[in-house]
Design a protein around this ligand. Structure first.
Ligand code: TNX
Length: 502
């Protein structure tokens, strides 16, 4: 069966059930979206309309919401009695992905539907994820990808039962989300003077303008598409550092008033950061208002990482602000700034999440920490009663090499093999049960400085994302057994045309 991620409980019995042209579908009214998904992902490629049936029987698939099951829990029964799927609200799309994987790998082919026999082994599956946050972060700021690729990433994440796509929408090198109130964010901030593509091969600058952005309409549609697959899109607007594209568009946001700098054309951490005036805070709020309007996600990511403090320390205006607020230092000022954003989000019924630097100067009440520099940030946060998502760069940075650099395309550095990813345990040892309960889960990071094309993103993501998905699902076991399953799973990815590393 070779399912990835491996379900929590599987019982097989001899025999197979056949999906045919005449297979019928019976769906609860509450299961309408899952029924559409089933028709799209299973019916259509098998050449079966999955027309509504009057009664359940050997020739039907039945979809039922069971309020007694947890939100992402599901049961899948394939027997001589037909196929029966029950699930919590978000369990049904997960079950659809399992049924899809139970079919021959050709079900993943994107060409015209072939007739043929679509056999599914008799099986009883009871399944639910261990972690509620199973994510992948895509950096669309350093490189921009066509919106069709974002749909593809959603679909590929859903195939692996991930439930969060974290979009890193802004950075020093580009602002990628339309904000109606501040049109220059995309008119100016979405474009840089240099493609930086020459850097990969020849270490040269080509002077070719580069950029792109997503309209609110495009992002709203993407959110809706993701939702039907059980995926939440968590948007990130990185602040108060990593803001050079915004400062290029609106120099008054910066803390060095004499200097108007263009969108960054070098990687790395840039010194230019937001000032913390009330005007700038109002700007951040206005931007977030439009972000909230597009993204219904409970969590909103405000970055918070790698904010150099030199400008704040040298700016007379910011030093005066420190005194006015009675704050001891720049770290405390960063914490105060994050606190303002958290309060704004809380007013709108949302929750703040940020990279682990938001711990500096004191963690804002209610904030969730994404622990990337290691596990310490997440451990400290969890022990203090904050939620945490574990994403230490050592195990979850998929911009790192996945094999010895010789023979691999140029990457940012590091080395995180498939086996290392598979061995990752999101709950750090030594956490007591209460703190462990604050670990929401884990996610992969696709920082894109060295990922100029969609194919390149796929190459770095796969197969490591298959391993991470199983880690996050909570059923990772023997690596050798996993790689055997992965070999079969790769046929599915091949049919989908995924540029998976061999
Ligand atoms: C650190 S991780 C960053 C990113 C880079 C990444 C490259 C984090 C919160 N900040 O800005 O893209 O390293 O691996």
């Amino acid at each position: 069966m070779h399912l990835i991620p491996r379900p929590a409980r599987v019982t097989t019995t001899p025999g197979t059930w056949q999906l045919t042209e005449t297979t019928g579908l019976i769906a609860d009214p509450a299961a309408g979206e899952a029924a559409d998904l089933l028709r799209e992902l299973v019916g259509r490629p098998a050449g079966s309309k999955l027309a509504p049936a009057a009664e359940p029987g050997p020739g039907t698939i039945r979809l039922r919401v069971d309020p007694a099951l947890a939100d992402e829990e599901y049961r899948l029964s394939v027997s001589a009695e037909g196929v029966v799927i029950t699930g919590g609200r978000r369990g049904l799309p997960l079950a659809v992905q399992t049924l899809r994987q139970l079919l021959p790998a050709e079900i993943f082919a994107t060409g015209p539907a072939g007739g043929g026999a679509w056999a599914v082994p008799y099986v009883e599956i009871e399944d639910a994820p261990r972690f509620g946050w199973r994510g992948v972060m895509l950096d669309v700021a350093r490189h921009w990808y066509p919106v069709a690729f974002l749909y593809r990433m959603v679909d590929l994440a859903a195939l692996h039962k991930l439930n969060v796509i974290h979009l890193h929408l802004t950075d020093d090198q580009g602002w990628r989300m339309e904000i109606e109130r501040y049109p220059r964010l995309t008119e100016v901030g979405a474009w840089r003077a240099e493609s930086m593509l020459g850097h990969y091969t020849e270490g040269r600058y080509d002077g070719v303008p580069y950029g792109g952005f997503y309209t609110k309409r495009e992002l709203r549609d993407l959110v809706a598409h993701a939702r039907t697959r059980g995926i939440t899109i968590v948007p990130e607007i990185d602040m108060p550092g990593h803001m050079r594209a915004a400062i290029a568009a609106y120099p008054e946001l910066g803390d060095d008033p004499g200097r108007a700098l263009p969108v960054a054309t070098a990687w790395g951490v840039h010194e230019q950061v937001l000032n913390v005036s009330e005007e700038t805070i109002a700007f951040c709020r206005h931007v977030l208002e439009e972000v909230l309007d597009v993204f219904p996600s409970e969590w909103i990511h405000i970055g918070g990482d790698e904010c150099p403090k030199r400008e704040w320390e040298e700016s007379p205006r910011t030093q005066a602000r420190l005194r006015e607020l009675g704050l001891p230092d720049a770290d405390a000022l960063q914490s105060w700034f994050i606190g303002r954003m958290a309060a704004f989000l809380a007013e709108h019924g949302r929750r703040l999440i940020g990279w682990d630097e938001i711990l500096q100067g004191g963690l804002t009440p209610g904030a969730t920490v994404m622990s990337w520099r290691g596990e310490e940030g997440g451990i400290d946060a969890a022990r203090a009663g904050h939620d945490a998502v574990m994403c230490p760069h050592t195990h979850t940075y998929f911009d790192y090499y996945q094999a010895e650099p010789d023979g691999e395309p140029l990457a940012i550095g590091g080395l995180t093999t498939l086996e290392q990813v598979y061995a990752y345990q999101p709950i750090p040892s030594g956490l007591d049960a209460e703190a462990a309960g604050h670990v929401l889960g884990t996610q992969a990071q696709l920082w894109s400085e060295y990922l100029p094309t969609p194919g390149h993103v796929e190459y770095m993501a796969f197969p490591r994302l298959c391993a991470l998905a199983e880690v996050a699902w909570g059923t990772a076991g023997e690596y050798a057994e996993f790689t055997e399953r992965l070999l079969a799973h790769r046929r599915r990815l091949d049919h989908l045309g995924v540029a998976c590393r061999r």
